[in-house]
Design a protein around this ligand. Structure first.
Ligand code: NAD
Ligand code: MN
Length: 482
């Protein structure tokens, strides 16, 4: 039988025009756009259409050296000398220009990365601007953040970001580094560099002294040169556990400070006394938000046995209504998978899940012919030891397990190499306290999921990394206390 759309909405596409994407981007070093010494460029495509959007400079070792030297000089010459209040003013200025250019940034983020425009417009861009506002406020209040201590800046921060929340991750990294008086060299992920390059334009527009923030583009090799550079004093990395381990090994024995924000396999736990319809929404938001390209996604669902049948049926009915398709359409719930390679990884895990004997379910929505798309997918009858319950899939694929008691679900939730996030849905406050104390995860949501705020710290346990970003805690990795 031919697959039909569940509902028919007239398309409501956002215009591409505000993105104003240039045909080519150079490296942003020492306040200027500089050609790469390699002379080479790579393409960034729109994963929803497979069209080329722009070409982007590849930074080689010479460029990395140049950027780090620029950051070091800017640190010595101006940034460590200016008053904290002045530093704060620059950061406020960045935040305000981001707000002015919000529409352009949102459309660019969606075109380059594939996430629905509704999300980049209502979540990514405003939250990124809020991070700059929040840390701008700390710049001249570090004495209150660290009472009876002096917070000394470190020097040059080398920062590397992933492709799932490109501008937001850049904000998480740059804002606290600047607020504490450090200078920055940042390398975005190769499939989604465009909004970070636009952030470089904003930094230029905000008239930051040259070299205080440098943006260099390229692949993992560029990132490796940056992390190994002797004049970099701190590394902040967000990405896969695999690369995090490589970086940690390469830094062993050096004086560099390091924070790692890595993968996850979040347990979203539903008790029989939970508000069921809200919990269904929370589960949908937990795994299908941003195509499941979320490190803290609720990718393992634990439902109490007594309500499992009813809950899973409601969940299937609900995801049957999700619209998968053009990320630029304001009706779209699930956009494009970020790259052909990521789609392959997700499809490989779907195969593994079937081979492991779990029960497969996907919705019957029609997928666009071009671009990289994946239907919302569930696996039931999953065993705790299955790879789809243990490994990060990073796509819209949910593994569903059941449990009977509190102790059992705590043990199962903790039976994971990761420890980034969890969700607890119950009417009982005492149960929330008990579980959130005993589950080893950096962020635990109660009766909600995937809520973020600049004032609250984020980070992992175990193979999800160490160090915190956001909040007062997010200042620590960028200072030496005396
Ligand atoms: P990735 O590790 O492949 O790449 C991340 C960044 O590291 C990219 O900019 C890449 O170019 C760079 N890189 C690659 N090899 C490098 C090397 N040897 N040295 C230095 N840099 C190198 O990860 P990804 O596929 O871009 O992102 C997805 C992963 O990120 C997922 O595992 C996800 O869970 C994780 N993530 C974690 C968080 C968090 O806060 N914990 C947030 C977002 C994403
Ligand atoms: Mn792209």
């Amino acid at each position: 039988m031919a697959k039909k759309k569940k509902w028919e909405y007239s398309p409501a596409p956002e215009s591409k025009q505000p993105a104003a994407i240039a045909g080519r981007y150079e490296l942003f070093i020492n306040g200027k756009w500089q050609k790469p010494s390699s002379g080479t460029y790579f393409n960034s495509i729109n994963p929803a259409t497979e069209e080329k959007l722009s070409e982007i400079a590849t930074a080689n070792e010479t460029d990395v050296n140049k950027a780090v030297q620029a950051a070091k000089q800017a640190y010595e010459k101006y940034w460590k000398k200016i008053s904290p209040t002045e530093r704060g003013k620059y950061i406020f200025r960045i935040a305000r220009i981001m707000q002015e250019r919000a529409r352009e940034l949102a459309v660019t983020e969606t075109l380059d990365g594939g996430k629905p425009i509704r999300e980049s417009r209502d979540f990514d861009i405003p939250t990124a601007a809020n991070h700059f506002f929040y840390y701008a406020g700390w710049a001249d209040k570090l004495d209150f953040a660290f009472p009876n201590k002096k917070a000394n800046s470190l020097g040059v921060a080398g920062q590397i970001t992933p492709w799932n929340f490109p501008l937001l991750m850049a904000a998480w990294k740059i804002a606290p580094a600047l607020a504490t008086g450090n200078t920055v060299v940042l390398k975005p992920a190769e499939t989604t560099s465009l909004t970070t390059l636009k952030l470089a334009e904003i930094i230029q527009e905000a008239e930051l002294p040259p070299g205080v923030v440098n943006i260099i583009t390229g692949d993992g090799q560029t990132g490796a040169w940056l992390t190994k550079h002797n004049d970099v004093n701190k590394i902040a990395f967000t990405g896969s556990t695999e690369v995090g381990k490589i970086i940690q090994r390469s830094l062993a024995g050096s004086q560099k400070k390091l924070t790692l924000e890595l993968g996850g396999k979040g347990a979203n736990i539903i008790f029989e006394d939970a508000p069921i319809d809200q919990a269904v929404e929370g589960v949908v938001n937990g795994i299908f938000f941003n195509q499941g390209h979320v490190c803290c996604a609720g990718s393992r669902l634990y439902v109490q046995e007594s309500i499992a049948k009813k809950f899973i049926q409601k969940l299937k009915d609900r995801i049957g209504t999700l619209l998968v398709g053009d990320p630029m359409d304001k009706n779209t719930d699930i956009g494009a998978i970020n790259s052909a390679q990521q789609l392959k990884t997700i499809q490989a895990y779907i195969k593994i899940g079937k081979a492991e004997g779990a029960t497969f379910f996907e919705t019957d929505c029609v997928l666009p012919k071009k671009g990289f798309f994946c239907r919302p997918t569930l696996f039931t009858n999953v065993a705790q030891s299955n790879r789809i319950a243990q490994e990060e899939i990073f796509g819209p694929v949910l593994s569903i397990l059941t449990f009977r008691t509190d102790d059992e679900v705590i043990e199962k939730a903790n039976n994971s190499p990761y420890g980034l996030s969890a969700g607890i849905w119950t009417d009982k406050g005492a149960r929330i306290f008990n579980l959130s104390k005993r589950i080893r995860a950096g962020v635990i949501w109660a009766n909600t999921y995937n809520l973020f705020d600049p004032t609250s710290p984020f980070g992992g346990y175990k193979e999800s990394g160490f160090g915190r970003e956001g909040g007062l805690q997010g200042l620590h990795p960028y200072v030496q206390l005396s």
